[in-house]
Design a protein around this ligand. Structure first.
Ligand SMILES: [Zn+2]
Ligand SMILES: [Zn+2]
Length: 378
């Protein structure tokens, strides 16, 4: 293991950013690659190995933290800082292997250089009220989005300048390298690391977008929520996703709905249900009660002799079936209110009622029935 300081090897400061470390590694790896130093191969190999070792540690946040803590590679016994591909075999692989694994250029390349690419789809989670889900709504949302920079028209180059042909690959986006192996010479064609296969490099970057060609801009999107949607429903707005690359079409925007629960109503498909309390007197004698609906309140007729937990239906007071005029029902389960406080007069009237019904509250029935029920449950 080397005794030298990894930061020193990569010629970066201790507080260098991952970008700076990557850049430094790239430059040094290019400079000292054994293929590029045929006259001084031995020395270059040694140096190249050192650079790789340093980069393997400093590019890995975990290893870097350990290295920073212990100050050197020594004394950390057991940690493998060599990593795959570089250490034991003495085979340095070739350029592209290194750059592919470190810079992900293979992916870029397989997508095809300079071909138009469709923009990414965007997902937007939108929470809506129970009522808006039932009746539909038109609303506006602000979608964070990247748009083509108008200053440079997406080129990333400062206005008045234009991206230049990459001098390393002469605009082809590819670099050939020869590798001598025991089987003979191999010519490898690889993605140019300098321009990442684009074939062009930007010298003066556009200040507005910092050379990315895109700027962040919220866009306001009109959303039409149809009546009857439920949680998980997706609305697709085509072409409202991220812009495409190199003239490719924009992606789509997917709005995924989340319906807030209602204080009173529960939903089952297109039907809704709720509970509603009435006095035991009204249940016994019958009458009219006012019940909530999704719209204005409605009157419900309670027939005489209504039993606890009876269910009444309000036809067509539920939720619309998406895309139709068909509407579900509202179901109301009746809860009986038993008074907890009565004045003497009320009490006497009820006692009178009991007497008329032949019910002796003091000794009869209740206990006997209760015991029976208890026995029935074992
Ligand atoms: Zn720009
Ligand atoms: Zn190039």
């Amino acid at each position: 293991m080397t005794k030298r300081d990894y930061y020193e090897i990569l010629r970066v400061k201790k507080d260098a950013t991952p970008e700076e470390i990557k850049k430094a590694y790239r430059n040094l790896a290019l400079e000292y690659h054994p293929d590029r130093n045929p006259s001084n191969k031995k020395e270059a190999e040694k140096k190249f190995k050192e650079i790789n070792e340093a980069y393997q540690v400093l590019s890995d946040p975990e290893k870097k933290a350990r290295y920073d803590q212990f100050g050197s590679a020594e004394g950390m016994g057991g940690f493998d800082f060599q990593g795959r591909g570089f250490s034991d075999s003495g085979n340095f692989g070739d350029f592209s292997d290194i750059f592919d694994s470190f810079f992900g250029t293979r992916t870029r390349r397989s997508e095809g250089r300079a071909s138009p690419q469709r923009g990414a789809n965007l997902r937007y989670n939108l929470e809506i009220s129970f009522e808006d889900a039932a009746f539909g709504k038109e609303t506006k949302i602000e979608v964070p989005n990247w748009e083509t920079c108008l200053t440079c028209k997406g080129s990333g180059a400062k206005p008045g300048t234009s991206p230049q042909t990459c001098p390393d690959c002469q605009g082809t986006g590819e670099i050939k390298s020869t590798q001598s192996t025991m089987f003979g010479q191999f010519v490898n064609i690889n993605t140019c690391p300098r321009c990442a296969g684009e074939g062009k490099i930007i010298k003066d970057i556009c200040v507005n977008c910092k050379g990315t060609g895109k700027v962040k801009k919220n866009r306001v999107v009109n959303v039409k929520i149809p009546a009857g949607v439920d949680t998980g429903h997706r609305l697709r707005i085509s072409g409202m996703g991220e812009p495409g690359e190199r003239g490719g079409p924009s992606g789509d925007l997917y709005i995924v709905l989340q319906v807030k629960p209602h204080k009173i109503f529960k939903r089952t498909g297109i039907d809704i249900s709720c509970t509603h309390s009435i006095s035991f007197v009204k249940a016994a004698l019958g009458g009219i009660t006012t019940v909530p609906t999704l719209e204005e309140k409605a009157k419900l007729k309670i027939p005489a002799g209504t039993q606890p937990n009876s269910i009444f239906r309000l036809r067509g007071k539920g939720i619309f079936k998406i895309g139709t005029q068909q509407r579900g029902n509202q179901y109301i389960k009746i809860i009986l209110e038993i008074p907890t406080k009565m004045d003497d007069q009320q009490r006497n009237l009820l006692l009178e009622y009991a007497k008329l019904s032949g019910e002796d509250l003091e000794k009869l029935g209740e206990k006997g029935i209760f015991t029976k029920i208890k026995n029935a449950f074992g």
